[in-house]
Design a binder for this molecule. Structure first.
Ligand code: S3P
Length: 173
């Protein structure tokens, strides 16, 4: 567990990418975003991968990417919101770094994602209800895999990053 890695998990809109970039800068670590890496390598965006290969095809690419990124050292990784669905991903993340769950209320997640067209799972008639369902299904999985849970509501990104730095120091990460 001493690879110096920090893995951010949480639902779409929890702030994994924003928080991850700033945290990496503060800690002098390299930032990665698993979705962006998949897009960079394939040359196409996530919605197109869902269209052509379905969710199953995307999950398989995601698992391979997480396996590869988790073997690096001194990184901060923003994972896709559904990465924790796979038991293998949960094991990989938990065993190769400190996992931080960015926990947000369904209302906050909805406010942050409602204008977004880049998330295939939210292109439904009632995206708020979809987020509530995903929260129910995944909150236990995020909790299971995480070493640290951080409540992201009603605080600035700067504050949150500062709190996380303190928690990580306490855990000697
Ligand atoms: C997904 C979350 C997305 C992306 C894909 C599926 C999910 O990532 O991986 O659209 O299942 O929650 P973000 O959490 O970065 O939006």
């Amino acid at each position: 567990m001493k690879a110096g890695n920090i893995f951010l998990v949480g639902l779409m809109g929890a702030g994994k990418t924003t928080v991850g970039k700033l945290l990496a800068k503060h800690l002098g670590k390299t930032f990665y975003d698993s979705d962006h890496e998949i897009e960079r390598r394939t040359g196409v965006n996530i919605p197109l991968i869902f269209d052509i290969e379905g969710e199953a095809g995307f999950r398989s690419r995601e698992q391979t990417m997480i396996e590869e990124l988790a073997s690096k050292q001194d990184i901060v990784l923003a994972t896709g919101g559904g990465a924790v669905l796979s038991p293998q991903n949960r094991e990989t993340l938990h065993g190769h770094g400190t996992v931080v769950y960015l926990r947000a209320s369904v209302d906050d997640l909805w406010l942050r994602t409602r204008h977004d067209r880049g998330r295939p799972l939210l292109q439904t008639a009632d995206p708020r209800a979809r987020l509530a369902e995903l929260f129910q299904q995944r909150d236990p999985l995020y909790r299971e895999v995480a070493h640290i849970t951080a409540d992201t509501s009603r605080q600035s990104v700067q504050n949150l990053v500062h709190q996380l730095e303190q928690k990580l120091e306490q855990l000697d990460c």
